[in-house]
Write a protein that binds this ligand. Sequence first.
Ligand SMILES: Nc1ncnc2c1ncn2[C@@H]1O[C@H](COP(=O)(O)OP(=O)(O)OP(=O)(O)O)[C@@H](O)[C@H]1O
Ligand SMILES: [Mg+2]
Length: 300
Amino acid sequence: MATIKKLDLDIGEELGSGGFSTVYNGLWKTPNKQVAVKKLNKVDFQEIKILQQLQHPNIVTLYGFVHEEMDLMMVLELCEVGSLRSYLETNKDKPLPPPLTYDWMLQAALPINYLRNNNIEHMDIKTDNYVINSNMVLKLTDFGLSQILENTRSYSSEAGSWRWMPPERLRDHKLSPKFDIYALALVFWCLLTCRPLPFSEYPSEYSVAEAVCIRKERPPLPSTCPEPVGDLIEACWHDDRSKRPDIKDVIITLVLHKFTFGCNIKPASSSPVLKTRMAQTNTGKCIDTATQTDGKYFVF
Ligand SMILES: Nc1ncnc2c1ncn2[C@@H]1O[C@H](COP(=O)(O)OP(=O)(O)OP(=O)(O)O)[C@@H](O)[C@H]1O
Ligand SMILES: [Mg+2]
């Protein structure tokens, strides 16, 4: 990963901002590449340390960083369409076509499986933190709150949005490998209902936390939601985290659903490798997962 000079960047318009940074459109001059530049509000290398180790088609690539005087900037793969939240806000009244919904559900889940294999919990899964590139591929970003699970690094239980937090995180603040699964269920709900945020009818994040923890409320599933998908979402946002499925089971259910409903899997039936894995899946032996690149599924 490159150390980049500030002078080698032309910084353009703002793309978005969050609690910890502002993100800009930019040109990285030497390779003549359009990039996203994330200017961090404070000099903290934690996000860079985690992201530099990661390589996955559904995770934004970190090309390098600038560290000059008080400036710390991450130079990232540009996702031209912007965040999933803003995409759903713009297209609020136009439901996503089912093949795209299920493709994106899978593309939202696959990087979490990859993180799980690397013992990382993202800790801030939400529609703001998935970005979309010009090929309409969904990529996970914003590793500012991520945790390596076996480390004992304490985390700030206040950091992050309560709207996306599972009840146990709000109650006892203990780090759990099932945080991301709960938030992923809310992302699935947003994709199915074409809403940018869950619980938007609540007046404050506090009232969401109260509804989720005390009254065990969850967003209503649409009547059009196929039963296996509804069952999957309900399991993922279960109040008892031990009842939430592992990410591998989430992916297997989604892949099987896509097969069953014949959603846009072009080379699947002609892929002997995938066929073999799926056969193994049915016997409960498979622990491999599939990923999608340019409409093709690969098994790794
Ligand atoms: N690679 C990218 N391509 C295009 N837009 C991006 C990219 N990365 C981030 N953005 C935009 O900038 C916003 C903020 O980025 P990011 O989530 O990384 O910052 P943050 O300050 O850590 O946010 P948060 O408050 O969620 O922790 C995103 O929601 C998205 O709209
Ligand atoms: Mg963010």
